[in-house]
Structures are given as C-alpha cells and as structure tokens.
Design a binder for this molecule. Structure first.
Ligand code: ATP
Length: 356
C-alpha cells in the first residue's frame, strides 16, 4: 500500500485527447512501479464537445466539482470544429475551467529533446525556456461577448488589472529564481496603454527580485527573436492572447504541438494538459504524439511537489530524453513512423529501467 495517494481527476475529452491521455496514464503507472510509496488514484470524468452532444453541457457540474475536489486534474484535449455554440464559437471547457478555478498562470515549458525535431539549425545552445501566460484576462476577457454580424463594427476589450498582472509576474520571477535567473517581459507598451500598464506592474514586481535580471521586448520583436535566437530566453511572461500565439510558435521550434506540455495553475488548483487541441485532422488514426501529454503528467508531479512526485517527474523527463535521443523513436509529426501507443510503450519502459 502506498503511504500517500493523490486524487487525480482525468478529463480525456475529444479527438486525440483520449489517445494521448492513455499514454500519460501509462507513464504514471510506470512511475508508481518505480516509486510505490506514493500512489495516484485516477477518476475519469466526462467533458468536451462530445459530452455536449450527448448531454447538452461540455463541462457538467459533477465534472467541475470533481476537479475542485481533486489534488490535480489531467486533461487530454477539448473541442471539435463542427460542434459550436449558437454564437459560432467552439466549445472550450478547458478555458471555462481556468476561469472558474482561477488558474491564472499558464505554464508553457518549451524544450528541444532532439535537434532533429526542430526546423531551426544550427542552434546556438540548448533550447529550453518557459512561457508564463496570463490566463484569466487580457484580450480573452472579451470572449463571452457576441458579435452582431449586421452591425457596422465589433469591439473586444483588452483587460489588464493590477491584481492579475502582479500575480503572474511574481510567479514568473519566482520560477526564474529556480532557473537561469532571467525574465523577459513581452508586451506592446509602445502602442497600447493597457500594455504600458502591464509593464509598469512588471517593473514594480521586478524591484522585489534584485537577483533576477530582466529584458523587455515588444511582441513583434519577440516573435522575430524566438525564430532567430530562441536560446537567449529563459522565462517569458506576457498577456493572454500574446501567450496563446507565441506558445504555439515556440512549440513549432521544438517539433510542434505534440512536444509542448502545459499547466494551468492557480492558488489551490491546477490542470495539466498538452498545449495542443483535439487535432481532428489526425484523430482516430493512432498517430498522435503522446509526448506533450506525458510531459504534462511530469509537470503535474512537479506541481504536487513532494519528494516522491519530484522524483517521478525527473524519471519522466529522463525517460523522454533517452527515448528521443534516437530519432526513430518518433511519431510522424516529429519525423518517425511509430504509433501513439508504441511511442508511449517505449517511454513507459524507459521509466521502468532508466537510472535515477
Ligand atoms: P485548438 O484551437 O484547440 O488549439 P487547433 O485546431 O488550433 O486546436 P491543434 O488541435 O492543436 O490545433 O492542432 C494543430 C496542428 O498540430 C494540427 O495539424 C494537428 O494535427 C497537429 N497536432 C496537434 N497535436 C498533435 C499531436 N499530439 N501529435 C501530432 N500532431 C499534432
């Protein structure tokens, strides 16, 4: 019997969500095989566009309650392009979860596991940085508005509050203190007053972290440098919409959406999921890359932050490193021919065997 068991809510969701979630659970089972003193009890809950089609609600109350009660939530992917609200927008229960549970920090680690996965070469060093995306406001604050298609115009408001900006900047500086001690602010302070405000709050927080150096980039320049010299970055912090866009660009640098894990983190709750969506173009083909989901499980173990869970996270990272060292250990999106489950099996076996 494990000395401690964490309750994990599992929302596999739509499209490739169930396939990649299965591989993340396989990796976690391998971790428990190595570290039996901590257990993880998984309970699956319905959510997503498929659930909406069945019962009329993409995020049932019971599922939301289960996420609230759990120690952490592991999510696959949500949404299907053909399933929309009457306003025309897609079902995004993962964004609803962020708002309801106040998961303000969108953690998007970007790490290159094999140079063959990147479209960039040569690189000037290791590619390993983290995007912290403000998750609760910014331009997404307008997402529940509806557009009147017969009106002469439509407007969205970019909301920046001191409270939300301060807490995401503080979280970025705290994480930077445990990394290479540098934070890059990405904004558009030269054009938008809301962004000048974001910058003033960032500067105020920076003063509390004298040991962490800073730089400031306008978002257009940040996009340029992410492509030309991504190895210069360590921690990056930015508004919601900028984070949405740049984290996909950054995922492209390390092999695509199948290599990009994420965590949506709040004060007492957190949801971990691959950065990708339900990928309807490859759903049902058995070729989705499970690495983003497996690395999201590792992020979850880091967030649980016990000696055993931290050991488990290290084992997963080490196993992914070792497996990816052979470029043939890859699904088609990163240049290989393995199926989702074959790649998941190889990572699970490596977790069972690799030295700590
Ligand atoms: P969302 O709006 O929910 O972010 P999207 O439709 O913009 O979703 P994704 O579903 O993330 O985007 O897919 C973008 C592209 O990346 C697609 O071509 C998809 O096939 C590919 N992709 C996404 N996830 C994976 C994966 N795990 N393995 C392989 N390819 C993937």
């Amino acid at each position: 019997m494990p000395e401690r068991t964490f309750e994990i809510a599992v929302l596999a969701g739509d499209g490739i969500g169930p396939d990649v979630t299965k591989e993340a659970l396989k990796a976690l089972a391998a971790v428990v095989g190595r570290i039996p003193s901590t257990g993880y009890h998984f309970t699956e809950h319905p959510a997503g566009a498929g659930e909406y089609l069945l019962h009329g609600n993409p995020l049932p109350d019971a599922t939301l309650e289960a996420c609230r009660e759990a120690d952490a939530t592991l999510l696959g992917a949500m949404g299907l392009p053909g399933v929309r609200w009457p306003s025309g927008t897609e079902m995004t229960p993962q964004i609803d979860l962020r708002e309801v549970l106040d998961l303000y920090a969108g953690l998007r680690p970007i790490r290159l596991y094999n140079p063959a996965h990147s479209p960039l070469r040569p690189l000037s060093g290791p590619l390993d940085f983290v995007i912290y995306r403000e998750n609760t406001e910014g331009l997404f604050a307008s997402r529940k508005n509806s557009a009147d298609f017969t009106a002469p115009e439509a407007r969205d408001t970019l909301l920046v509050t001191r409270h939300a900006t301060e807490r995401i900047c503080r979280a970025a500086f705290q994480m930077a203190s445990r990394r290479r001690r540098h934070v890059t602010l990405v904004d558009k302070a030269n054009v938008l007053p809301s962004m000048a405000y974001f910058r003033s709050v960032f500067d105020h927080v920076a003063a509390d972290f004298p040991g962490v150096s800073t730089s400031r980039f306008y978002v257009d320049a940040a996009a340029l440098y992410l492509v030309k010299d991504p190895c210069r970055f360590d921690m990056m912090v930015m508004e919601n919409m900028f984070g949405d866009i740049l984290s996909d660009l950054a995922a492209g640098l390390v092999g695509g959406m199948g290599m990009a894990p994420s965590g949506d983190i709040g004060g007492g709750h957190a949801v971990f999921q691959p950065s990708h969506g339900s990928a309807p173009d490859i759903a049902g083909k058995g070729i989705a890359n499970p690495i983003a989901a497996i690395l999201s499980a590792a992020l979850m173990l880091e967030w649980l932050d016990t000696p055993d869970s931290l050991r488990g996270a290290k084992l997963i990272h080490r196993a992914v490193e070792l497996v990816c060292a052979d470029p043939a250990n890859a699904t088609p999106d990163i240049g290989g021919a393995l199926s989702t489950s074959r790649l998941g099996d190889r990572i699970a076996r490596q977790i069972e065997e690799c030295p700590e």
